[in-house]
Design a protein. Structure first.
Length: 565
């Protein structure tokens, strides 16, 4: 047996021949023939002899029967595969002691006369206003609900306004406060949730027409935990169809800084709504850039937690071994506040670890070991990047390094593992195709809005032809990546990187490392740019601390987009 190289044209021809022969053979006595096997070899880059092919036929036909039996078993999107990712490399010791967290004191806070200004207050200030009864949760919720009604349709960032539920929760928050019960910093604070999180009695559309009337009869763990913390759900926010991009069945979610741009995705609505002051914070999700990318585009702060930090029960599964839920907020400390409320095991998601979160807002840069991806900062801008980076982006990134050094950081150059990271993205393709297998086989992919090369319908179909062996081999390379990253991070707490250059974004989503993305400047057209801080596995505290020190020394996060009336 030998490997052969195939061109793109040959690949497409092979796919066509393979599918055609398979369809042609279905009416035959033996549905898989030597010709079918030969065409499959061309597709997979393999070559067998006729003798080998003949030996395979009986087994391949038997396997078709097995496939049919498997497909008869109803598997909802929530059923996890028995193979679970363990992102913890051998020898890694996890923290075990949770220390008390004292978040920063916001100082004196008063109610502004201009309610537009109030809508951009961070959680810490809003919490103080509520706790001191300068404003009620009901009034604050009404203000955000009015803004959602006014600007949500223009930005195309809302799927469902949860007004009845929100007013009930806000009223309860006020009554509890009046009786002396205060749940903490999220008590009475409105928020929005990406519409892949289940909410009992409220539809959860996953952003696409085949599921636009779906109601899941439970609250996702994250939703339940935020309710327990006293937060008020005001809206289900848009996501690109099945968590890709910013196009959903109702339109394209806009960037508040430039309505001609989409807000990027897939946490398109959470980023757009938070940046526009329609909610103080929102919950997004990331599999491969879906918190980092829209947070960057919309000029706000996002936290992608470590894999295994936040329960995904009640969240749409795209890739069981890559999906993560996290906050999109006004600033870094808001991310820490929300993350602290949603993290930890729930007894339902078996991938979640019980690890302390010892965030320290008083941390000093010279007490932390900080690296930077030197080659990525020096890498020429890539016009093919979907974020369309320019020299302005590179200049802002260099200015970030200069600011960190000015603040006392001793930046150590770091190189990422030299392995084929991009090639391992087939892991996502295969898992996503399995998650939506029934959608593909039912023909309902045709109902999805995006029907192009870089969209799920095409990817799901292509993934059916990815060999199981290569899926396993990609995961074995992933093991090497996890081990190499453990070696690199052994002498580091955090490293800083351009948000989109090189392999860092995909690599760290595969290895499960946490990332904090913050605005670091603007382009000449007025749209934001960003910088990313990556921490050790379960090292959100250090990544947030470094990001907060940088953010507090700049004012990019305080800028506001000019919304269209």
């Amino acid at each position: 047996m030998r490997m052969i190289k195939i061109s793109a044209v040959t690949f497409l021809c092979a796919v066509s021949l393979f599918i055609g022969a398979l369809l042609e053979s279905r009416s035959a006595k033996n549905p898989v023939t030597r010709k079918v096997v030969s065409n499959a070899e061309r597709l997979l880059g393999l070559e067998f002899s006729d003798k080998d092919r003949d030996l395979m036929l009986e087994g391949l036909n038997d396997k078709q029967g097995s496939y049919e039996q498997i497909r008869k078993v109803p598997l909802s999107n929530s059923v996890l595969p028995a193979i679970l990712l363990n992102p913890i490399p051998p020898g890694m010791t996890l923290e075990s002691v949770q220390k008390p967290i004292q978040f920063s004191d916001p100082g004196a806070v008063s109610l502004p006369a201009n309610r537009d200004e109030l809508s951009f207050y961070p959680i810490s200030k809003l919490a103080l206003l509520i706790r001191t009864k300068q404003i009620s949760s009901v009034d604050l919720t009404r203000m955000y609900m009015d803004r959602l009604k006014e600007y949500g349709p223009k930005l195309e960032c809302t799927v469902t306004l949860t007004e009845d539920l929100a007013m009930q929760q806000a009223k309860r928050a006020d009554e509890e406060l009046a009786s002396g019960k205060y749940r903490g910093l999220l008590h009475g604070i409105p928020y929005g949730a990406k519409d892949l999180l289940a909410t009992k009695g409220i539809r959860t559309t996953w952003g696409t027409a085949p599921y636009k009337d779906q109601v899941i009869d439970e609250d996702a763990t994250v939703i339940a935990r935020l309710e327990k913390a006293g937060a008020v759900l005001v809206a289900k926010l848009t996501l690109g169809e099945l968590a890709w991009g910013d196009v959903w069945y109702g339109g394209t979610t806009k960037n508040p800084w430039n309505y001609k741009q989409g807000s990027s995705g897939s946490s398109a609505g959470p980023a757009s709504a938070t940046a526009a002051g329609l909610v103080p914070f929102a919950i997004g999700s990331e599999t491969w850039g879906s918190i980092v990318s829209p947070s960057s585009r919309c000029g706000i702060t996002g936290l992608r937690p470590s894999y295994g930090r936040v329960s995904r029960k009640g969240a749409m599964a795209l890739s069981w071994s890559m999906d993560k839920l996290g906050p999109i907020c006004r600033n870094v400390e808001d991310c820490a506040i929300v993350f602290d409320a949603i993290r930890g095991p729930d007894g339902e998601d078996p991938t979640v670890y019980d690890v302390p979160f010892n965030y320290n807002p008083s941390a000093k840069l010279n007490d932390l070991k900080i690296g930077y991806l030197k080659s990525d900062f020096e890498r020429p801008d890539d016009p093919e990047n979907p974020e369309d980076p320019t020299d302005e982006t590179a200049a802002n990134d260099q200015a970030t390094l200069a600011k960190l050094r000015e603040l006392g950081a001793m930046l150590v150059p770091v190189d990422l593992p030299k392995l084929p990271v991009e090639a391992t993205s087939i892991i996502l393709d295969v898992e996503a195709a399995a998650a939506f297998d029934q959608l593909t086989r039912s023909g309902k992919l045709a109902l999805m809005k995006r029907q192009e090369k870089n969209a799920w319908p095409n990817t799901f179909r292509q993934a059916r032809l990815i060999p199981g062996v290569e899926y396993i081999q990609a995961n074995r390379i992933r093991t090497l990546l996890i081990q190499e990253m453990a070696r690199i991070m052994k002498d580091l707490d955090v490293y800083v990187s351009p948000s989109f250059k090189g392999d860092n974004l995909l690599l760290t989503n595969l290895t499960g490392h946490p990332c904090v993305v913050v605005p670091n400047g603007f382009k000449k057209d007025g749209t934001p740019t960003s910088i990313s801080f990556t921490g050790k596995l379960f090292g959100e505290a250090e990544a947030l601390s470094v990001a907060a020190i940088y953010q507090n020394a700049t004012d990019f996060h305080l800028k506001r987009p000019q919304l269209k009336e």
